[in-house]
Ligand binder design. Structure first.
Ligand code: A2P
Length: 276
């Protein structure tokens, strides 16, 4: 599969698999199907309460551990240094794995003001070999710059809300300029009306593909890694197949034209929104 790389050498496939709401035995089955279909980048979080399911799938799927890129995230309530250290260890114990490939700060929670402490704990856990690479989610440029200024270590990845109603072109340009990989959360709009949007449906019909494939190919063309979640094996494969679709500049621009000023799904502005 094609890949994208960050400034520090971290390399990820152009599409990954989202796991939010995939829990328990059903979650393990969905994850195993996804890995069998060919997904290699798996996105989880401490707060999804499914690190156990992710670890069970990794250990039982038959794909060598080193071929998989397993991600989890530090919750907002564990950003104090000592708590962050224990939470990273707890994430690992829940997966039953020896290391995680990528660990992200889930939200900056700037009013709390602890994300630099959390980042230092992640730097130290990487030093101990518990984590291979570290990054963040929902960070604004000022937060990214503060991390690097105060610790000397830049984030390799920033996972942000990104879909055609909220394309975040300024963030994409900033990340590209600074060698930061962009991952897109809710790449399909999390079940809103995006996949029935007239422009998306027209492009899909003209290319004999599905609306989801058009949207995912749009992410890849912009250089953002979409992390679509699906519980269905058929839709997982459909989503993965989108990497074979190349959109024209005209098609990409038409989709960019769907941007809305209030395009966020749940009004989660990282400057003020807090999640613990
Ligand atoms: P399901 O799990 O039943 O497939 P997002 O990744 O943007 O958060 O969106 C996830 C939602 O989109 C889930 O409700 C998922 O449902 C649905 N979904 C995932 N892939 C497809 C697809 N190819 N076509 C239609 N809906 C999809």
């Amino acid at each position: 599969m094609r890949t994208v790389s960050a400034r520090g050498g971290v390399t990820l496939p152009v599409i990954g698999f989202g796991t939010y709401t995939l829990n328990g035995m059903q979650g393990v089955a969905a994850l195993c199907q996804a890995i069998e279909s060919g997904y290699r980048l798996i996105d989880s979080a401490f707060n999804y309460e499914n690190e156990g399911a992710v670890g069970a799938a990794v250990r039982s799927c038959g794909v060598p551990r080193e071929d998989l890129i397993i991600t989890s995230k530090l919750p907002g309530r564990r950003q104090r240094y000592e708590q962050a250290v224990v939470t990273i260890e707890e994430s690992l114990l829940r997966t039953g794995l020896d290391y995680l490939d990528l660990y992200l700060i889930h939200w900056p929670n700037p009013q709390v003001g602890l994300y630099v402490e959390a980042w230092q704990a992640m730097i130290d856990a990487r030093q101990r070999g518990l984590l291979k690479a570290i990054g963040v989610c929902n960070f604004l440029p000022e937060h990214l710059e503060r991390l690097e200024r105060e610790t000397g270590v830049a984030a390799a990845v920033n996972q942000i809300e990104l879909h055609p109603y909220y394309p975040q072109t300024d963030a994409l340009a900033y990340h590209a300029e600074h060698g930061i990989i962009t991952e897109s959360w809710s790449p399909l709009g999390r079940g809103n009306d995006l996949l029935a949007n007239r422009v998306i449906v027209q492009i899909a019909a003209s290319r004999a593909v599905t609306p989801a494939q058009v949207v995912l190919a749009w992410h890849v063309t912009l250089g953002a890694i979409p992390l679509p979640k699906s519980s269905s094996g058929e839709r997982q494969r459909e989503n993965l197949d989108s990497i074979n679709l190349t959109l024209s500049t005209g098609e990409v621009d038409r989709i960019l034209g769907l941007a809305r000023p209030d395009g966020r799904i749940a009004d989660q502005d990282p400057a003020v929104y807090q999640e613990f």
